[in-house]
Design a protein around this ligand. Structure first.
Ligand SMILES: [Zn+2]
Length: 228
C-alpha cells in the first residue's frame, strides 16, 4: 500500500475535524503530499470521516490522476492539486465548513489579525473570495487568489475556510485558527458595540508570522512561487 503512514495521519485529522466541530457528516476534505514521490493522499468523496480505513484513501498524482485506490477522490481535488502546484512548500491542505468561519465567509467579512494563532498563518487579514461552484477550477483559482503571497489561510465565499501547510498538523492548525479568529471577531464586536476590535500590533504580528514553518527558508525552497 502506497503512503500508509500518511493515509493514517489523514484519517486522524479527519476525525479531529469532526470532533472539533469544524465539519459535519462528510463535509470538507483534506489531503497530504509525500515530498519524496510527490503523490497525494486525499479524502475519498462522500465518505464519513469516522468510517475511513487506510485502504479507503485514494492516492492521486499532482494532475489529479488516480494512482491507487478503489474510491473516488474528493470532488475538490482540483483545488488541492492547484495549491500544491502553486505553493511548492505546501505539503498538506485542509478545507472545512466550520460555523464562524463560514458565517464570516457568507457575510463577506474578512478577519483581522486579532489573535496570535491566526498571525502565525497570515500576514494580512484573512480574505474572503467570491463564491464559486464547489469542485470547479474556478473555485481552485479563487482560493489561490485568496491566499495571495502572504497568507496560508483564506475564506471561500458562502462556503468555508481552507488552509495549506507544511504538514497536516500545520494545515489543520490553520483552519482551527481561522475558526477561532472568526469566533473572536464575532464576540469582540459585541464588546466593542459593533465596532472592530484592534489587531495585534505589527511588531507582534511579524514575530508570530516568523514562527510559521513555511516562512523559514531552511530547505532551500522559496516560501511561495508567483500565485496565479
Ligand atoms: Zn467545501
Amino acid at each position: 500500500m502506497l503512503l500508509r503512514a500518511l493515509r493514517e495521519e489523514l484519517i486522524y485529522y479527519g476525525h479531529q475535524m469532526l470532533i472539533s466541530g469544524l465539519t459535519m457528516h462528510t463535509g470538507g476534505n483534506l489531503s497530504v503530499r509525500d515530498p519524496e514521490s510527490g503523490l497525494i493522499a486525499i479524502k475519498p468523496t462522500s465518505r464519513p470521516y469516522d468510517r475511513l480505513r487506510p485502504e479507503d484513501i485514494p492516492i492521486i498524482d499532482i494532475q489529479g490522476k488516480l494512482v491507487e485506490g478503489q474510491l473516488r477522490p474528493s470532488s475538490e481535488w482540483p483545488m488541492h492539486t492547484l495549491i500544491y502546484r502553486t505553493f511548492p512548500r505546501a505539503d498538506a491542505v485542509v478545507h472545512c465548513h466550520s460555523p464562524y468561519a463560514l458565517a464570516a465567509a457568507a457575510a463577506g467579512k474578512e478577519i483581522p489579525l486579532i489573535n496570535h494563532e491566526i498571525c502565525m498563518h497570515c500576514s494580512s487579514p484573512v480574505r474572503v473570495v467570491p463564491f464559486e461552484i464547489p469542485g470547479t477550477e474556478a473555485l481552485a483559482e479563487s482560493a489561490i487568489r485568496g491566499f495571495g503571497l502572504d497568507n496560508n489561510v483564506t475564506l471561500l465565499g458562502n462556503h468555508g475556510s481552507i488552509a495549506y501547510g507544511a504538514t497536516l498538523w500545520h494545515a489543520f492548525d490553520g483552519v482551527c485558527a481561522a475558526e477561532q479568529a472568526a469566533q473572536t471577531l464575532y464576540l469582540s464586536m459585541a464588546f466593542c458595540n459593533g465596532g472592530a476590535p484592534a489587531p495585534i500590533p505589527e511588531e507582534g504580528r511579524r514575530a508570530l508570522r516568523a514562527c510559521d514553518p513555511l516562512q523559514r527558508p531552511d530547505d532551500g525552497k522559496p516560501p511561495v512561487i508567483q500565485a496565479v
